[in-house]
Design a protein around this ligand. Structure first.
Ligand code: BGC
Length: 899
């Protein structure tokens, strides 16, 4: 009987799959595909559906979880749940165990009566849930440290005689580590364990090393100072979190016979110095290849002169599993040119301002030395320019061993496009140098392209600004002695960031640090992790990262839990503003204001676009309170919602009284003042049209130029579009003369600059004390390009793109724009073209979502979908005509609209 059933199944399975057109793909556990080492006790599952049938929605799902890959014994089955939820579905089974691999599958049913059958298997491995799960010792240097803080090397040998089922390594460090098993690097991530509010939490990484274990083995670990105790912050400080580095490691061996063994970091390890004579994030690395210890991380190495280690008593309370994607190697670049500068410097140009390091191959005599320095630009005369790096040396000093050798740095990174090589006796062969970009391994989710070449380059620059500055924390810049998680920059850019890459886990992790670093009185520090001290906190538009980013993550990923988790932090930040206000007017404390707004050199005419800092503060106060109202509503906290509604009214009333004349003029006559007042609805409806006109006049008075800084820029075009000035928004977008988004593009920028005029039209550079060529904040225009120009937007009532809006914006001479976005439901595309005046719009709607599409046309009777009049279409619903658009609702599928 069994055999018969099996034969029947073998026969039927292909038949079923022939007819079943619904399939489930991309199984994610907590935003990641098959994560290893996860300490979320109640993980959430996400999948998406594929079906060729239009208008397909999930009607029901069933999840099953097991510790065995063949699902023989079930840990949890959800049963068939009538629900269209396919994103972030919570696990509801019995508590998960530490260090265990779980397998899960899901099957779904749709509204057409199709069922998917069980999906392919997804998996996740838990980390340690409890500090008591750890047994290893923190291990540090056993001898007196040298002045340079050379990198210590640690090693230990062990044998494993039984047949291995699995081997899992748990590793972290106070400092940075690279670990090896039998000579091979463990994991493909770098600058681990990443940067968190170390005083409270340190992430550990978990690696599957099953295929690296042999019968005789050696483990090796090298450490660097990193963010933990290296130079950090711009005042020359070091040792912020401690002055000694150490690591913690457990290798869990599970044998085929069911037994387990752990190889631990403990006092049986030995240590020594090696070739890394100094390693520092800002300053770079000093490396002497002659001191390499061939085979130090392999079994059988002669370690007679290695010394005992020291055990540290740090405990395990601060250890947490890694939540976000680690830093990995990404794109590589070969030099596009070798330059001899007017000063005679030997320079290689990689053609792209990037963040990472250079791998190289050299040949020479033992003891030859050279220095490699990194820079973002060449100056006006074509010479290598490093002044804007301030105190960061950003150099590599390398001493050769005999013969040919290859190298890449370990515990540093650089922001650069050019390298200069000094003091090298041999020939520089450009092909032997490769620039490697390093950044958090976020999934690339967004694509924006258009018919305008310079705008495409701007999009390129925005994405590279993000790549370079999303290096475990969202940094302001990656090259000078700063590289800090500036909150203002992060909030300004977070929505744009979430189009280009999946930043869900990246920001979730960073927001946890934000909460931990938040002051008891609720003030949010300027930078997260905070290395600037307790007083550096509470600036309007910076601290609001605490409310803005969780809300953005909710909008984009539909993640309600992030609102729950951050709620207290959000409440506390708003509480800080409230308690520092008098009669609801917040006009105290230090603020950065509209940082880097337009300021002409010889300002006799008072054209500098200075916005009153407290006016700005009041606007962000209101904005954060508004977010609290939305958040309290989502979380069902009715009493809070009411309180915040009352507070918002008071905050806006105080704004009107203090900053708006009875005729509706703002005390600061700047673009940023009007932009913030309008975007955050600070003015009563009756005043808004006039205020928008004043904004427009202001822009025109500058010869159609923007004058906004960090805080006004993200919303400028949104406000213009909202009040019917799309044409002007296009003009600003396409302006090539300073100040504008395209000015740096015309000057050859490959990333977003910190300042509108990082390099002046005459080629002079801006003040070196603050002039980065890789700062993403002004790249926040990307949000408008995706949302308005390509036209892909969220529907706040159905976050995470469960339902969304497609509303392309024609104008500015564009004949084509395309936005594509990978969401948790699948790919959304909005691509429009004007081909000899013939308009077409292609829209792709993922299964289990719906879209409201706005087709630029004044009459639905002329609009066609796939060459058929939409009036007769069964697969869409005409919602009406609105301001030059025909509005339709569609379900999943690919649609081509013409008119
Ligand atoms: C950073 C900025 C930051 C600012 C504070 C600068 O040094 O580079 O991006 O937001 O300080 O205003």
């Amino acid at each position: 009987m069994k055999k018969f059933l099996l034969a029947l199944a073998i026969f039927l399975v292909p038949c079923i799959s022939l007819f079943a057109k619904l399939s489930v793909v991309q199984l994610r556990t907590e935003n990641q595909i098959n994560p290893i080492g996860m300490d979320v006790k109640v993980p959430r599952f996400t999948w998406y559906l594929e079906s060729e049938k239009r208008n397909t929605l999930q009607k029901a799902y069933e999840i099953r979880i097991s510790t065995s890959e063949n699902f023989r014994q079930m840990l949890w089955t959800s049963g068939k749940v009538e629900s269209d939820q396919s994103v972030l579905v919570e696990y509801e089974g019995s508590p998960l165990e530490s260090n265990t691999t779980y397998f899960w599958q899901v099957r779904t049913w749709d509204n057409h009566g199709q069922s998917s059958g069980w999906s392919k298997t997804g998996s996740f491995r838990t980390g340690y849930f409890d500090p008591a799960d750890w047994s290893a010792d923190w291990v540090g240097l056993g001898f007196e440290e040298d002045e340079n803080r050379s990198s210590p090397y640690f090693r230990k040998e062990f044998s494993s005689t039984k047949k291995i089922k699995s081997a899992t390594a748990y590793i972290t460090a106070r400092g940075l580590y690279q670990a090896y098993l039998n000579g091979e690097k463990i994991g493909d991530d770098y600058l681990t364990p990443g940067w968190t509010a170390y005083q409270d939490r340190i992430q550990y990484q978990v690696y599957d090393v099953t295929d690296k274990v042999k019968s005789k083995n050696a483990l090796g670990v090298v450490l660097g100072s990193g963010w933990y105790r290296g130079y950090i912050g711009f005042s020359g400080q070091k040792n912020y979190y401690g002055d000694e580095i150490s690591f913690l490691m457990e290798l869990v061996l599970e044998y085929a016979d069911g037994t387990k063994e752990r190889i631990l970091s403990d006092d049986s390890w030995t240590c020594n110095y090696g070739p890394i004579l100094s390693a520092d994030i800002y300053n770079g690395e000093i490396y002497d290849a002659r001191m390499e210890m061939a085979g130090w991380n392999k079994e059988g190495f002669n370690q007679t002169n290695w010394k005992a280690v020291q055990i540290k008593d740090y405990g395990y309370e601060s250890l947490v599993a890694t939540y976000n994607e680690p830093i990995r190697k990404q794109e590589t670049f070969k030099p596009i040119e070798m330059i001899t500068t007017p000063k005679g410097e030997k320079v290689l140009d990689f053609g792209q301002n990037l963040v990472g390091w250079v791998q190289f191959k050299v040949k020479g005599k033992s003891g030859d030395k050279f220095r490699m320095t990194h820079a973002e630009i060449l100056d006006k005369d074509g010479n290598f320019y490093t002044e804007n790096l301030r105190a960061a040396k950003a150099e590599l000093i390398y001493t050769l061993k005999e013969g040919e050798q290859t190298y890449e740095p370990h515990f540093t990174f650089f922001g650069f496009r050019y390298i200069r090589i000094d003091d090298f006796e041999g020939d520089i062969i450009p092909e032997d140098f490769t620039a490697v970009a390093l950044y958090s391994d976020m999934e690339k989710t967004g694509e924006f392209a258009s018919s305008h070449e310079l705008i495409n380059q701007l999009q390129h620059n925005i994405q590279w600004g993000q790549r370079g500055n999303f290096l475990d924390v969202p940094t302001d810049c990656p090259q000078r002695d700063e590289r800090l998680g500036w909150t203002g920059d992060a909030q300004a850019f977070s929505r744009t960031a979430a189009y280009n890459f999946n930043v869900h886990s990246f920001f979730t992790k960073w927001l946890r640090d934000l909460e931990l670093d938040q002051r008891e009185d609720g003030a949010v520090p300027f930078v997260i992790p905070n290395v600037l001290g307790k007083d550096a906190a509470g600036s309007a538009g910076w601290a609001d990262a605490a409310t803005i980013i969780p809300w953005d993550m909710y909008m984009v990923y539909g993640d309600r839990r992030i609102l729950e988790e951050q709620y207290e932090s959000m409440v506390n930040w708003v509480g800080f503003m409230e308690s520092n206000s008098k009669d609801h007017l917040w006009n105290t404390g230090f603020h950065f204001g509209d940082w880097l707004f337009y300021r002409p050199d010889d300002d006799n005419d008072g054209r500098a676009a200075v916005t009153d800092k407290y006016l700005i503060a009041q606007c962000f106060f209101a904005h954060s309170v508004q977010i609290m109202i939305h958040t309290a509503k989502v979380l069902g906290k009715e009493a809070d919602q009411k309180n915040y509604e009352a507070l918002l009214k008071n905050v806006k009333d105080a704004f009107l009284k203090e900053y708006v004349t009875p005729n509706g003029r703002l005390v600061s006559s700047t673009q940023t003042a009007y932009v913030l007042a309008l975007h955050f609805d600070m003015l009563p409806e009756s005043m808004r049209e006039d205020a928008a006109k004043r904004l427009v006049e202001n822009i025109r008075s500058y010869g159609v130029h923007l004058t906004t800084g960090f805080l006004g820029t993200p919303y400028l075009n949104h406000v213009l579009s909202r009040f019917g000035y799309d044409g002007l928004a296009f003009e600003l977008l396409l302006r090539e003369k300073y100040p504008s988004w395209l000015y740096p593009v015309t000057m050859g920028a490959t990333t977003i600059w910190e300042r509108w005029d990082g390099i002046k039209p005459n080629g002079d550079v801006q003040v070196p004390s603050m002039n980065s060529y890789n700062h993403y904040a002004y790249g926040a225009i990307g949000d408008w390009m995706y949302r308005n120009l390509a036209g892909i937007d969220t529907d706040p009532e159905h976050p995470g793109y469960k339902e969304f809006v497609v509303k392309p914006l024609l104008g500015g001479g564009f004949t084509h724009a395309k936005g594509a976005l990978d969401t948790y439901y699948g790919k959304i595309v909005s691509e429009w073209k004007l081909d000899n005046g013939q308009f077409s719009l292609e829209v792709q709607v993922p299964v289990n979502t719906r879209a409201t599409v706005y087709i630029p046309s004044t009459s639905s009777s002329t609009v066609k979908e796939n060459n058929n009049s939409i009036s007769s279409s069964q697969s869409l619903k005409i919602l009406g005509e609105e301001n030059g658009y025909v509005k339709v609702e569609i379900g999943s599928g690919i649609y081509t609209f013409t008119r």
